[in-house]
Design a protein around this ligand. Structure first.
Ligand code: GLU
Length: 329
Protein backbone atom coordinates (compact mmCIF):
# COMPACT_ATOMS: atom_id res chain seq x y z
CA UNK A 1 0.00 0.00 0.00
CA UNK A 2 1.36 3.44 -0.87
CA UNK A 3 2.02 5.91 1.91
CA UNK A 4 -0.66 8.25 0.63
CA UNK A 5 -3.30 5.50 0.54
CA UNK A 6 -2.30 4.36 4.01
CA UNK A 7 -2.49 7.96 5.23
CA UNK A 8 -5.96 8.32 3.76
CA UNK A 9 -6.96 5.12 5.54
CA UNK A 10 -5.72 6.49 8.85
CA UNK A 11 -7.55 9.77 8.27
CA UNK A 12 -10.74 7.89 7.44
CA UNK A 13 -10.34 5.72 10.52
CA UNK A 14 -9.98 8.85 12.63
CA UNK A 15 -13.03 10.36 10.98
CA UNK A 16 -10.97 13.20 9.48
CA UNK A 17 -11.75 14.75 6.15
CA UNK A 18 -9.10 13.39 3.84
CA UNK A 19 -7.36 15.79 1.49
CA UNK A 20 -8.60 15.53 -2.04
CA UNK A 21 -5.05 15.92 -3.33
CA UNK A 22 -2.61 13.51 -1.70
CA UNK A 23 1.00 14.65 -1.39
CA UNK A 24 2.01 11.93 -3.84
CA UNK A 25 0.06 13.70 -6.60
CA UNK A 26 2.33 16.69 -7.25
CA UNK A 27 0.68 19.51 -9.09
CA UNK A 28 2.17 22.83 -10.15
CA UNK A 29 0.11 26.04 -10.12
CA UNK A 30 0.97 29.57 -11.21
CA UNK A 31 -0.43 32.88 -9.93
CA UNK A 32 -0.22 36.12 -11.95
CA UNK A 33 0.65 39.19 -9.86
CA UNK A 34 1.95 42.68 -10.83
CA UNK A 35 5.17 44.66 -10.62
CA UNK A 36 7.73 43.51 -8.02
CA UNK A 37 7.31 46.67 -5.88
CA UNK A 38 3.48 46.48 -5.80
CA UNK A 39 1.13 44.65 -3.44
CA UNK A 40 -0.12 42.02 -5.95
CA UNK A 41 3.34 40.48 -5.94
CA UNK A 42 3.03 40.08 -2.16
CA UNK A 43 -0.51 38.67 -2.49
CA UNK A 44 0.57 35.97 -4.94
CA UNK A 45 3.68 35.02 -3.03
CA UNK A 46 1.83 35.01 0.29
CA UNK A 47 -0.77 32.64 -1.16
CA UNK A 48 2.05 30.36 -2.33
CA UNK A 49 3.65 30.53 1.10
CA UNK A 50 0.43 29.35 2.78
CA UNK A 51 -0.06 26.62 0.17
CA UNK A 52 3.46 25.33 0.82
CA UNK A 53 3.01 25.65 4.59
CA UNK A 54 -0.11 23.47 4.44
CA UNK A 55 1.61 21.00 2.16
CA UNK A 56 4.55 20.69 4.54
CA UNK A 57 2.62 20.57 7.81
CA UNK A 58 -0.63 18.95 6.90
CA UNK A 59 -3.29 19.01 9.58
CA UNK A 60 -2.81 15.34 10.04
CA UNK A 61 -1.21 12.94 7.63
CA UNK A 62 -4.46 12.92 5.68
CA UNK A 63 -4.44 16.67 5.07
CA UNK A 64 -1.22 16.93 3.12
CA UNK A 65 -1.49 17.90 -0.52
CA UNK A 66 1.00 17.98 -3.37
CA UNK A 67 0.47 21.48 -4.77
CA UNK A 68 3.58 23.51 -5.64
CA UNK A 69 3.07 27.16 -6.42
CA UNK A 70 4.87 30.06 -8.13
CA UNK A 71 3.78 33.71 -8.34
CA UNK A 72 5.91 35.57 -10.88
CA UNK A 73 5.83 39.31 -11.46
CA UNK A 74 3.57 40.24 -14.42
CA UNK A 75 2.17 43.32 -16.21
CA UNK A 76 -0.88 43.35 -13.87
CA UNK A 77 -4.66 42.88 -13.83
CA UNK A 78 -5.75 42.73 -17.43
CA UNK A 79 -2.67 40.74 -18.43
CA UNK A 80 -3.44 38.22 -15.64
CA UNK A 81 -7.06 37.86 -16.74
CA UNK A 82 -6.00 37.30 -20.35
CA UNK A 83 -3.47 34.63 -19.35
CA UNK A 84 -5.96 32.89 -17.04
CA UNK A 85 -8.49 32.88 -19.83
CA UNK A 86 -5.93 31.43 -22.24
CA UNK A 87 -4.97 28.68 -19.77
CA UNK A 88 -1.42 30.02 -19.21
CA UNK A 89 -2.00 30.94 -15.54
CA UNK A 90 -4.20 29.10 -13.00
CA UNK A 91 -4.85 32.06 -10.73
CA UNK A 92 -4.20 35.78 -10.66
CA UNK A 93 -4.84 39.02 -8.86
CA UNK A 94 -7.08 41.52 -10.65
CA UNK A 95 -8.86 44.79 -9.95
CA UNK A 96 -12.60 44.43 -9.35
CA UNK A 97 -13.43 46.75 -12.30
CA UNK A 98 -11.54 44.47 -14.74
CA UNK A 99 -12.98 41.32 -13.19
CA UNK A 100 -16.43 42.76 -13.88
CA UNK A 101 -15.67 43.80 -17.45
CA UNK A 102 -13.94 40.49 -18.30
CA UNK A 103 -16.89 38.41 -17.12
CA UNK A 104 -19.43 40.64 -18.85
CA UNK A 105 -17.40 41.36 -21.95
CA UNK A 106 -18.30 45.01 -21.42
CA UNK A 107 -14.95 46.71 -22.24
CA UNK A 108 -13.44 44.47 -24.91
CA UNK A 109 -10.87 47.08 -25.94
CA UNK A 110 -9.46 47.14 -22.36
CA UNK A 111 -9.90 43.53 -21.23
CA UNK A 112 -10.89 40.54 -23.35
CA UNK A 113 -14.23 38.87 -22.60
CA UNK A 114 -13.69 35.89 -20.27
CA UNK A 115 -17.07 34.43 -19.25
CA UNK A 116 -15.35 31.46 -17.53
CA UNK A 117 -13.37 33.67 -15.17
CA UNK A 118 -14.18 32.65 -11.59
CA UNK A 119 -13.91 34.58 -8.31
CA UNK A 120 -12.10 33.04 -5.36
CA UNK A 121 -11.97 35.89 -2.80
CA UNK A 122 -11.37 39.62 -2.59
CA UNK A 123 -8.26 40.98 -0.98
CA UNK A 124 -7.29 44.59 -0.07
CA UNK A 125 -8.74 47.95 -1.21
CA UNK A 126 -6.85 49.72 -3.99
CA UNK A 127 -7.32 53.48 -4.25
CA UNK A 128 -6.59 55.01 -7.67
CA UNK A 129 -3.83 57.50 -6.96
CA UNK A 130 -2.40 60.33 -9.02
CA UNK A 131 1.07 60.87 -7.63
CA UNK A 132 2.42 64.31 -8.59
CA UNK A 133 5.95 65.66 -8.41
CA UNK A 134 6.86 68.33 -5.87
CA UNK A 135 6.50 71.75 -7.51
CA UNK A 136 4.43 70.41 -10.43
CA UNK A 137 1.42 72.48 -9.34
CA UNK A 138 -0.93 69.56 -10.04
CA UNK A 139 -3.95 69.75 -7.69
CA UNK A 140 -6.66 68.23 -9.87
CA UNK A 141 -7.18 66.16 -13.02
CA UNK A 142 -7.42 69.28 -15.20
CA UNK A 143 -3.96 70.37 -14.05
CA UNK A 144 -2.54 67.36 -15.92
CA UNK A 145 -3.14 69.17 -19.22
CA UNK A 146 0.18 69.80 -20.96
CA UNK A 147 2.05 67.68 -18.39
CA UNK A 148 4.13 64.52 -18.80
CA UNK A 149 1.89 61.81 -17.35
CA UNK A 150 2.51 58.09 -16.99
CA UNK A 151 -0.69 56.32 -18.07
CA UNK A 152 0.86 52.95 -17.16
CA UNK A 153 2.01 49.86 -19.02
CA UNK A 154 -0.45 47.91 -21.18
CA UNK A 155 -1.81 44.96 -19.16
CA UNK A 156 -1.89 46.87 -15.88
CA UNK A 157 -5.12 47.67 -14.08
CA UNK A 158 -4.15 51.34 -13.69
CA UNK A 159 -3.76 51.69 -17.45
CA UNK A 160 -7.41 50.73 -17.94
CA UNK A 161 -8.66 52.80 -14.99
CA UNK A 162 -6.68 55.82 -16.22
CA UNK A 163 -8.33 55.37 -19.63
CA UNK A 164 -11.73 55.29 -17.92
CA UNK A 165 -10.94 58.62 -16.24
CA UNK A 166 -9.64 60.09 -19.50
CA UNK A 167 -12.82 58.99 -21.26
CA UNK A 168 -14.92 60.50 -18.47
CA UNK A 169 -13.16 63.81 -18.97
CA UNK A 170 -13.39 63.56 -22.77
CA UNK A 171 -9.58 63.47 -23.03
CA UNK A 172 -7.23 61.63 -25.35
CA UNK A 173 -3.49 61.32 -24.77
CA UNK A 174 -3.09 64.47 -26.92
CA UNK A 175 -3.98 66.50 -23.82
CA UNK A 176 -0.68 65.50 -22.20
CA UNK A 177 2.69 66.89 -23.31
CA UNK A 178 3.82 63.27 -23.08
CA UNK A 179 1.94 60.07 -22.18
CA UNK A 180 4.41 57.41 -21.03
CA UNK A 181 3.76 53.69 -20.59
CA UNK A 182 6.19 52.97 -17.77
CA UNK A 183 5.67 50.03 -15.43
CA UNK A 184 4.90 50.48 -11.73
CA UNK A 185 8.53 49.67 -10.96
CA UNK A 186 9.86 52.41 -13.25
CA UNK A 187 7.43 55.24 -12.55
CA UNK A 188 8.61 56.50 -9.14
CA UNK A 189 12.24 56.75 -10.25
CA UNK A 190 11.14 58.51 -13.46
CA UNK A 191 9.18 61.00 -11.32
CA UNK A 192 12.05 61.65 -8.92
CA UNK A 193 14.49 61.99 -11.84
CA UNK A 194 12.26 64.71 -13.35
CA UNK A 195 11.33 62.67 -16.44
CA UNK A 196 7.56 62.71 -15.77
CA UNK A 197 5.33 65.10 -13.76
CA UNK A 198 2.82 62.58 -12.45
CA UNK A 199 1.60 59.00 -12.70
CA UNK A 200 -1.67 57.17 -12.11
CA UNK A 201 -1.51 53.98 -10.03
CA UNK A 202 -4.18 51.73 -8.57
CA UNK A 203 -2.52 50.03 -5.61
CA UNK A 204 -2.92 48.97 -1.97
CA UNK A 205 -1.85 51.34 0.80
CA UNK A 206 0.84 51.71 1.96
CA UNK A 207 3.29 50.28 -0.53
CA UNK A 208 6.98 50.46 -1.25
CA UNK A 209 6.65 51.67 -4.85
CA UNK A 210 4.71 54.83 -3.99
CA UNK A 211 6.91 55.61 -0.98
CA UNK A 212 9.94 55.80 -3.29
CA UNK A 213 8.30 58.95 -4.74
CA UNK A 214 6.52 60.38 -1.67
CA UNK A 215 9.20 59.75 0.92
CA UNK A 216 12.08 59.88 -1.56
CA UNK A 217 11.38 63.12 -3.47
CA UNK A 218 8.34 64.76 -1.80
CA UNK A 219 5.77 63.67 -4.39
CA UNK A 220 2.16 63.82 -3.16
CA UNK A 221 -1.24 62.23 -3.82
CA UNK A 222 -3.77 64.43 -5.65
CA UNK A 223 -7.26 64.67 -4.09
CA UNK A 224 -9.94 63.45 -6.53
CA UNK A 225 -12.88 63.81 -4.12
CA UNK A 226 -14.50 66.51 -6.29
CA UNK A 227 -13.50 65.09 -9.65
CA UNK A 228 -16.62 64.91 -11.86
CA UNK A 229 -15.45 61.89 -13.89
CA UNK A 230 -14.53 59.96 -10.71
CA UNK A 231 -17.90 60.87 -9.17
CA UNK A 232 -19.72 59.58 -12.25
CA UNK A 233 -17.71 56.32 -12.24
CA UNK A 234 -18.58 55.77 -8.56
CA UNK A 235 -22.26 56.63 -9.04
CA UNK A 236 -22.71 54.35 -12.02
CA UNK A 237 -20.63 51.30 -11.06
CA UNK A 238 -20.75 49.13 -7.94
CA UNK A 239 -17.10 48.14 -8.32
CA UNK A 240 -15.92 51.72 -7.70
CA UNK A 241 -16.20 53.54 -4.35
CA UNK A 242 -14.77 56.69 -2.82
CA UNK A 243 -12.12 56.05 -0.23
CA UNK A 244 -9.73 57.97 1.99
CA UNK A 245 -5.99 57.68 2.29
CA UNK A 246 -5.39 58.78 5.88
CA UNK A 247 -3.06 61.61 6.87
CA UNK A 248 0.33 60.24 7.84
CA UNK A 249 0.28 57.33 5.38
CA UNK A 250 3.29 58.71 3.55
CA UNK A 251 5.83 61.38 4.40
CA UNK A 252 3.89 64.00 2.35
CA UNK A 253 0.34 62.95 3.32
CA UNK A 254 -0.32 65.89 5.69
CA UNK A 255 -4.12 65.59 5.38
CA UNK A 256 -6.59 62.85 4.48
CA UNK A 257 -6.78 62.45 0.71
CA UNK A 258 -10.04 61.40 -0.97
CA UNK A 259 -10.00 59.42 -4.18
CA UNK A 260 -11.98 56.58 -5.76
CA UNK A 261 -10.87 52.99 -5.82
CA UNK A 262 -11.46 49.32 -6.45
CA UNK A 263 -10.77 46.07 -4.60
CA UNK A 264 -7.98 43.68 -5.45
CA UNK A 265 -9.52 40.27 -6.12
CA UNK A 266 -8.12 36.76 -6.43
CA UNK A 267 -9.49 34.98 -9.49
CA UNK A 268 -9.22 31.69 -11.35
CA UNK A 269 -10.90 29.86 -14.22
CA UNK A 270 -13.79 27.39 -14.44
CA UNK A 271 -11.40 24.82 -15.95
CA UNK A 272 -9.06 24.82 -12.90
CA UNK A 273 -10.05 21.77 -10.83
CA UNK A 274 -12.30 22.20 -7.81
CA UNK A 275 -9.81 20.26 -5.67
CA UNK A 276 -6.94 22.64 -6.48
CA UNK A 277 -9.03 25.76 -5.86
CA UNK A 278 -10.35 24.21 -2.64
CA UNK A 279 -6.83 23.53 -1.34
CA UNK A 280 -5.56 27.01 -2.26
CA UNK A 281 -8.60 28.68 -0.65
CA UNK A 282 -8.27 26.51 2.41
CA UNK A 283 -4.55 27.27 2.77
CA UNK A 284 -5.25 31.02 2.80
CA UNK A 285 -8.17 30.97 5.24
CA UNK A 286 -6.71 28.39 7.65
CA UNK A 287 -3.65 30.64 7.93
CA UNK A 288 -5.29 34.05 7.59
CA UNK A 289 -3.48 35.62 10.57
CA UNK A 290 -0.11 34.60 9.14
CA UNK A 291 -1.24 35.86 5.73
CA UNK A 292 -2.32 39.25 7.11
CA UNK A 293 1.04 39.73 8.79
CA UNK A 294 2.82 39.65 5.44
CA UNK A 295 1.78 43.15 4.26
CA UNK A 296 0.28 46.22 6.01
CA UNK A 297 -2.33 46.54 3.20
CA UNK A 298 -3.81 43.21 4.43
CA UNK A 299 -4.54 44.47 7.96
CA UNK A 300 -8.34 44.64 7.60
CA UNK A 301 -8.88 41.36 5.75
CA UNK A 302 -11.95 39.60 7.10
CA UNK A 303 -13.48 36.38 5.75
CA UNK A 304 -17.01 37.83 6.05
CA UNK A 305 -16.26 40.45 3.39
CA UNK A 306 -13.55 38.60 1.43
CA UNK A 307 -16.01 35.96 0.23
CA UNK A 308 -18.64 38.46 -0.95
CA UNK A 309 -17.32 41.96 -1.66
CA UNK A 310 -16.30 43.00 -5.16
CA UNK A 311 -16.81 39.54 -6.68
CA UNK A 312 -18.78 39.95 -9.89
CA UNK A 313 -17.66 36.67 -11.47
CA UNK A 314 -19.40 33.51 -10.21
CA UNK A 315 -17.57 31.94 -7.24
CA UNK A 316 -15.37 28.99 -8.20
CA UNK A 317 -17.05 25.81 -6.88
CA UNK A 318 -13.80 24.78 -5.16
CA UNK A 319 -13.81 28.00 -3.10
CA UNK A 320 -17.54 27.69 -2.45
CA UNK A 321 -17.04 24.17 -1.08
CA UNK A 322 -14.62 25.51 1.55
CA UNK A 323 -16.86 28.48 2.49
CA UNK A 324 -19.88 26.18 2.90
CA UNK A 325 -17.85 23.73 4.96
CA UNK A 326 -16.98 26.62 7.30
CA UNK A 327 -20.64 27.60 7.56
CA UNK A 328 -19.84 30.99 6.02
CA UNK A 329 -22.41 30.50 3.24
N1 GLU B 1 -3.66 47.37 -9.50
C1 GLU B 1 -2.49 47.09 -10.28
C2 GLU B 1 -2.89 46.33 -11.52
O1 GLU B 1 -4.00 45.94 -11.64
C3 GLU B 1 -1.42 46.34 -9.55
C4 GLU B 1 -1.08 46.86 -8.21
C5 GLU B 1 -0.07 46.02 -7.47
O2 GLU B 1 0.86 45.52 -8.10
O3 GLU B 1 -0.22 45.88 -6.25
O4 GLU B 1 -2.12 46.10 -12.40
Amino acid sequence: MSLAIRALGVAAALGLAASTLPASAQQFISIGTGGPTGVYFVVGNSVCRMVHKEAAEGRSSGRQHGIRCAAPSTAGSTYNIGQICGGELDFGVAQSDWQFHAVNGSKPDRVGACPDLRAVFSVHPEPYQIIAAEGSGIQSWNDLEGKRFNIGNPGSGQRGTTEELMEGHGWTTDKFALATELTSTEQSTALCDGNIDAYGYTVGVPNAGVSVATDGCNAYIVDLGDDPAATKLVEENDYYAFTTIPAGTYFTTDEDVTTFGVMATFVSHASVSDDVVYEVTRAVFENLDDFKALHPAFRNLDPATMIIDALSAPLHPGAERYYKEQGWM
